[in-house]
Design a protein around this ligand. Structure first.
Ligand code: ATP
Length: 323
């Protein structure tokens, strides 16, 4: 059940507005089996940051009349869209997204139990409308919390003595978007540079609050990669003082480069942790289907992605839905 604190939050489901249908005409939408005696069908898209989970979830939602439930704990908040890599409105292609950018940035942290309650309610609502719920996001402890039959809020399933149950409360189809380590490493480094060019510095500068940066305990979005790193920088070079890069001295330029480097390191660390956890889920009995997205990421080509990653996923999901 939802806790009283949670009820006051904006994640409480609101009336559903039907998204514009952008489904290609040639593809027949599939209705999800809603036999009451059977578990609800859910598609779960997993993978490290940067592998294209969001894009795949939209591609599948458009073909199978799906709606997406975000499972990235940094993307629940309404803020830092660049730093947290939130899918943009045009990229959503009219597909309904749930639990994405909905919490005020200073809201207390959403717990795994709260996520389990609210996301399961979204699953039921989506299924009852005859649509396919698609979970997409990189917070694997939340994915675990949502899907296991019996959830223990106290134990960390990914501790050195893992306690991952393979008994799930939904009929799940897991897709892992996998990219070879070297290709992903280079891609993520380039992506951080692109994020900086698209305004991540300015976004973090307006988010900066000297009071928060002094606190040693960070919760919610204040933990997102980029926030602690730039808070230290802004402590020395306050954002209100000169945005003009041409006025920066050598020391300031070096400090900035150092922060960008740190963000790249931390992003790579996150990607490795995510893969490690997905592998733990897999070796604990979760049947996770691997899709190799290396070629499409390397070529940075929409066509390669559609022909390899999307087509393969569509084939697999179709089979799962007809089962
Ligand atoms: P944990 O149990 O450590 O919280 P988790 O798998 O539940 O692990 P993650 O989603 O891996 O949680 O997030 C761990 C940390 O990684 C976050 O606290 C944040 O620092 C960083 N992080 C995760 N997702 C993002 C994101 N989208 N943008 C920026 N930073 C992120």
């Amino acid at each position: 059940e939802l806790t009283s604190t949670f009820v006051s939050r904006s994640l409480v489901p609101t009336t559903y507005t039907r998204p514009p249908q952008l489904r290609p005409k040639s593809i027949v939408p599939m209705t999800v089996c809603m036999d009451q005696s059977r578990k609800e069908k859910v598609v779960v898209i997993m993978g490290a940051t940067g592998t294209g989970k969001s894009r795949l979830s939209v591609g599948l939602a458009a073909r199978f009349s799906g709606e997406i439930i975000n499972s990235d704990k940094m993307q629940f908040y309404n803020g830092l869209e660049i730093a947290t890599n939130q899918i943009t409105i045009p990229e959503r292609c009219g597909v309904a997204h749930h639990l994405l950018g909905e919490l005020p940035v200073d809201d207390s942290e959403l717990t795994a139990s709260e996520f389990r309650s609210v996301a399961s309610r979204s699953i039921s609502e989506i299924s009852s409308r005859g649509k396919l719920p698609i979970i997409a996001g990189g917070s694997n402890s939340f994915v675990h919390a949502l899907l296991v039959d019996r959830f223990d809020p106290v134990t960390n399933p990914f501790s050195s003595k893992p306690s991952i149950s393979s008994e799930l409360r939904y009929d799940c189809f897991f897709l892992l978007v996998d990219v070879s380590a070297s290709v992903l490493y280079h891609y993520l480094s380039k992506r951080v540079d692109q994020m900086m060019e698209s305004g991540m510095f300015e976004e973090l500068a307006s988010f900066y609050n000297p009071r928060n940066s002094r606190s040693t305990i960070r919760t919610g979005i204040h933990q997102a990669i980029g926030v602690p790193e730039f808070d230290r920088y802004f402590g020395v070079y306050p954002p209100e003082k000169s945005h003009n890069v041409f006025e920066w001295d050598q020391a300031r330029k070096a400090a900035y480069e150092e922060v960008v480097h740190e963000i790249k390191d931390n992003t790579w660390r996150l990607a490795k942790k995510q893969i490690e956890r997905i592998m733990m889920l897999r070796s604990s009995g979760w049947e996770i289907h691997r899709l190799d997205a290396t070629a499409s990421l390397r070529a940075s080509s929409r066509e390669v992605w559609e022909n390899k990653v999307l087509r393969e996923s569509v084939k697999n999901v179709k089979r799962f839905l007809l089962k």
